[in-house]
Ligand binder design. Structure first.
Ligand SMILES: [Fe+2]
Ligand SMILES: [Fe+2]
Length: 283
């Protein structure tokens, strides 16, 4: 079955706020005004209500209560608003257990938020990758979204075949999915994001997060790949150790990533764990 067929087959994916998707679409633009962000958010009453509740939560510790979207965007800024909106928009969907992936409730969500925070850290003060932090956060958050689709579409038989392939061939989960299904969660996730009309660079970053594009120039998938690996090495989703991924050699060479350098990135990633746990409570 192709990635498109799989996405079409899975009918009961939770609906995602159109306003949240439009906000992600703005990441393509070089400059975004407060007014544009406010106008998009105001189209979604439910999201607006949740956003205001989140802004007034103890996590942000604001002295004055926030009572309007305009105020929220003005006080917290685009980047923080995007974090909250993505958390509210995808938290419910990604917090579900995925028995076919041996993933308990909240594990995929925690891993996705950790990868998002790690991706943001990598481009803010880790590596010179010429990527805006909100873009990095977004691709980190969405990188494994294809697992929501495959988690529902996989039959017990194909799941057993994938597990056998991992053990016998000593390959990663993504490779085993390609062998057994002819596609993997990266491609399926990217297809879903295409259906949602998200920017092409975000689709690419999700599509290739296990096989990053380094030549002729590193693409956004390098950020997603590295953030995912560093998040795993930092101990995100410990139960997934068998599927843990190694940093692609081409990425290691392109960025001169010595083991010490990777270890320092892992230490930085661990610093986000507490923040991620608190952020999960906002959704
Ligand atoms: Fe993945
Ligand atoms: Fe991942």
């Amino acid at each position: 079955m192709t990635a498109h067929e799989l996405v079409a087959k899975v009918k009961n994916l939770p609906p995602v706020s159109q306003a949240a998707l439009r906000l992600v679409g703005l990441l393509e633009q070089p400059a975004v005004s407060n007014e544009e962000v406010v106008q998009i958010l105001k189209c979604d009453n439910v999201l607006t209500a949740k956003l205001l509740r989140a802004c007034n939560s103890p996590y942000f510790g604001l002295e004055e209560p926030v009572s309007s979207v305009d105020q929220a965007v003005f006080i917290l800024g685009h980047q923080q608003i995007l974090h909250i909106v993505l958390t509210l928009a995808f938290g419910g969907a990604m917090a579900v257990p995925l028995p076919r992936y041996a993933v308990e409730a909240n594990e995929l969500w925690q891993h996705s938020l950790t990868t998002a925070a790690t991706a943001e850290m990598l481009v803010s003060n880790g590596l010179d990758l010429n990527v805006e932090p909100p873009v990095a956060f977004t691709v980190g958050l969405l990188h494994d979204i294809g697992k929501l689709v495959l988690g529902q579409a996989l039959t017990p038989e194909s799941q057993a075949d994938i597990r056998r392939c991992i053990t016998q061939e000593q390959v990663s989960r993504a490779e085993a999915e390609r062998v057994i299904l002819g596609t993997d969660h990266s491609e399926v996730g990217a297809t879903l994001l295409q259906v949602w009309h998200l920017p092409e660079e975000i689709v690419e970053a999700v599509a290739h997060h296990h096989r990053p594009v380094v030549e002729p120039r590193p693409r956004l998938s390098v950020v997603t790949h590295l953030a995912n690996c560093v998040a795993h090495l930092a101990g995100s989703a410990p139960g997934w150790a068998a599927y843990a991924v190694r940093v692609d050699e081409r990425v290691v060479n392109a960025f001169g990533l010595t083991p010490d350098r990777v270890e320092s990135l892992v230490v930085l990633a661990r610093e986000s764990f507490d923040r991620v746990d608190q952020f999960m409570t906002l959704a």
